[in-house]
Design a protein around this ligand. Structure first.
Ligand code: FAD
Length: 449
């Protein structure tokens, strides 16, 4: 049964050049690029802080798979990483060979200034799930506030919500999950512990956590853990001198639609149960963990995929694997894919299996890259809308490559720059000169070839 909601009035809160919705890696890249380009930019974020999954799901590790590659990150990602390092160093991490780890908490503080330095007006607590269309153009984006709806009029809108919420509201078609059954990768509720024997973990320059993770996988596969959560890996992140492990990526809930509130409620609660079970398991089975306590649970369950918006071009896993060249390339990224099995199948699948026969994972190797075309950021049917981040137009397995945090920031940088050109020239993002976009990105030191 459906009901009709009575018509409402919304105050016009702002008239702006560029509106970015979603303050995760993609949204930050988009907003900073557009702000640095001289446009008037507003960034809306539903939570009380920026950072997306890095801060809200504790995914502090980011580019761990790029360690030891000759590929060097570039553009706004590199600016952010360098400026963060200058201020916070390695965030107290004492693990040897610790690559690219942020502290979710320091990053929240850092991003407030990083965005305001680029002239971005940030509005937190601003949830968007409604737009007002004028034909094929978004006339207004509606913020749902406690005081009622508020409207923002923008020349260009960029959807960086991860779930493609703005594009969905604008009626853009999308795919979600696997082709056959729509199942997405599991949701994961990361957590943090303290009380670990930090000295023992790094004794003699070794990284004992790596050994623990390896042994856990062996025990799980041999059926020795007795744990109820279906997960054979337990990636861990930053370890501090005073015994905090700030990122434990373990509890997984399967069969969750990341856009369905009833499913999300089930996922959060199911994962909290697994966290308790895991803490007890670690105390009993991991040497040096005898005195741990649960320090915190991430603000929200995190997702690796959900809606994938239909764009002018859909990037495929074959494009990724073949390193296909696109004339409208806007980002170059090390060849990478990483997809947890949507139905908890612990076998090793392959990209061709499309997620039906187990997990699929390949970390980057030197010299192998893939390109992301501009057309994958252009949703079909709407003139003043771009998408960036994990919801761009890609097939399910290709999405598991473009979802990498720094790749999301690259597509954001390209979208923000394209929107800036569109505003300056009074054009639609669809009709801007792509060569001009590419040259501008090169001037911003983004690597395209
Ligand atoms: C457990 C886990 C581990 C991962 N590990 C890694 C890893 O090691 N390395 C790696 O590179 N990637 C990893 N990822 C993937 C990565 O975190 C995401 O793909 C990436 O963060 C996507 O960036 P995004 O900006 O597109 O979306 P998100 O990070 O999801 O950010 C979207 C932002 O938009 C906001 N938002 C959403 N909807 C709305 C709305 N309607 N209105 C207003 N605001 C809204 C959200 O609050 C959020 O801040 C992991 C993901 C998970 C869940």
């Amino acid at each position: 049964m459906t009901i009709t909601i009575p018509e409402r009035k919304a105050v016009l809160y702002k008239d702006i050049d560029i509106l970015v919705v979603g303050g995760g890696p993609a949204g930050i890249g988009t907003a900073v690029a557009a702000g640095r380009g001289g446009s008037k930019v507003m960034l809306l974020e539903k939570r009380g802080f920026l950072g997306g999954n890095i801060t809200a799901a504790y995914v502090e590790t980011c580019n761990h798979f790029m360690h030891n590659l000759s590929f060097k990150t570039s553009g706004i990602w590199a600016d952010m990483e360098n400026a963060y390092r200058a201020q916070f160093g390695f965030s107290g991490d004492i693990r040897p060979h610790a690559p690219n780890r942020f502290s979710s908490e320091y990053l929240k503080i850092f991003l407030d200034k990083f965005t305001s330095d680029a002239g971005v007006e940030v509005c937190l607590h601003s949830f968007v799930n409604e737009v007002v269309m004028d034909g094929g153009t978004i006339a207004y984006v509606i913020i749902q506030s406690k005081q009622g709806p508020a409207a923002v009029r923008a020349k260009q809108v960029i959807d960086c919500t991860g779930d493609g919420d703005v594009a969905f509201a604008a009626g853009v078609p999308f795919d979600q999950g696997r082709e056959k059954d729509g199942l997405c990768q599991p949701g994961t509720l990361n957590f943090r512990i303290n009380g670990v024997d930090a000295v023992a973990m790094v004794k003699d320059g070794k990284d004992k956590l790596r050994e623990i993770m390896k042994r856990f996988r062996e025990d799980y596969r041999a059926g020795r853990t007795g744990l109820s959560c279906k997960r054979q890996d337990i990636p861990m992140g930053r370890l501090t001198e005073n015994g905090i492990i700030s990122y434990i990526n373990y509890p997984c809930a399967y069969g969750i639609d990341p856009t369905n509130f009833a499913d999300l409620s089930r996922g959060e609660m199911e994962c909290r149960g697994y966290i308790m079970e895991m803490c007890e398991y670690m105390q009993k089975n991991f040497e040096g963990f005898e005195h741990i306590e649960l320090a915190s649970i991430a603000p929200e369950i995190g997702f690796r995929d959900s809606r994938r918006i239909h764009g002018e071009y859909t990037l495929t896993i074959d494009d990724v694997l073949s390193g296909r060249h696109f004339d409208d390339v806007i980002a170059l990224y090390p060849q990478f894919y990483d997809m947890l099995s949507p139905d908890a199948n612990m076998n090793e699948g392959s990209p061709q299996d499309k997620g039906y026969n187990g997990y699929i994972c390949s970390y980057p190797k030197d010299g192998l890259y893939f390109e992301i075309p501009y057309r994958s950021l252009l949703p079909v049917g709407v003139e003043n809308l771009l998408v960036a981040g994990r919801c761009i137009s890609a097939d399910h397995v290709a999405e598991s490559g473009i979802r990498a945090i720094s790749a999301c920031m690259y597509t954001g940088q390209a979208a923000g720059t394209a929107a800036g050109i569109a505003v300056q020239k009074g054009l639609s993002p669809r009709t801007i000169d792509v060569k001009e976009l590419q040259n501008t990105l090169r001037l911003q030191k983004l690597i395209l070839e």
